[in-house]
Design a protein around this ligand. Structure first.
Ligand code: HEC
Length: 201
């Protein structure tokens, strides 16, 4: 037990150090977990302060409550993302995934989802101003929620799937050109066949 406590302290010291160096090398898997599971309570917190800084044991057990059996590396990464979010007041996502795509298919969507396939967090890239059409195609009729959020936490779309078909057609307006993300959440496993996000003409 004592040993574990020591390890957690080391872990947190190390995470502060790597944060200070500005080198955020965080796996996409952890970024997805943070932006779906932890975001439920922590999204948009921009206080710049961490209240558990002086009690790493509580922070570690808190993280494990929401992501059971989280590895030390992952707990460290989650902690780093939370700090980044609080200080910079932006959503964190690994840079290499921030390209401007307009279509995604089942296979590539897997990397943007939890292994349970209940939640997805997909980077839509830098969107210019305009009216957008979003089309989500699932393998069967299922209820799920759809949210599009900017990197600074402005929500431009927040809906339930309503269509009686496997395809949901939605639209939303972008007034500020910046990076946006699509979050999809379902109570049960959700297989998304394809997503299309394109600016209307
Ligand atoms: C059901 C809500 C909820 C979820 C989900 C949740 N937290 Fe928290 N978390 C809290 C509350 C409440 C606090 C204490 C108040 C505060 O400081 O925000 C807290 C505090 C923390 C702290 C202490 C630092 C701080 O911000 O004060 C860390 C670190 C933390 N959470 C990380 C996580 C991570 C990582 C996840 C995802 C695995 C997560 N939390 C999921 C509610 C939640």
């Amino acid at each position: 037990m004592k040993n574990k406590y020591k390890q957690v302290i080391l872990l947190l010291i190390f995470s502060s150090y790597s944060y200070a160096s500005g080198n955020l090398s965080i796996s996409i898997e952890t970024a997805i977990k943070f932006n779906t599971i932890c975001a439920k309570c922590h999204e948009g917190e921009c206080s710049g302060r961490l209240s558990f800084d002086d009690n790493p044991k509580i922070a570690f057990s808190h993280i494990n409550r929401y992501i059971p059996n989280s590895s030390k590396t992952q707990a460290k990464e989650l902690f780093t993302i939370l700090k980044h979010m609080k200080k910079q007041c932006v959503i964190f996502f690994p840079n290499i995934y921030l390209n401007n795509k307009t279509s995604w298919f089942e296979k590539e969507l897997i990397q943007y989802s939890l292994s349970s396939r209940k939640s997805y967090f997909i980077p839509l890239g830098l969107l210019e101003k305009g009216i957008y059409k979003l089309k989500i195609n699932t393998n069967k009729l299922q209820l799920y929620t759809i949210m599009i959020i900017s990197k600074n936490f402005e929500i431009v779309l927040d809906e339930y799937s309503t269509s009686c078909k496997n395809v949901n057609n939605l639209s939303y307006i972008v007034n500020d050109s910046k990076e946006y993300y699509l979050r999809i959440e379902s109570r049960n496993k959700l297989i998304i066949k394809s997503i299309n996000n394109s600016i209307g003409k």
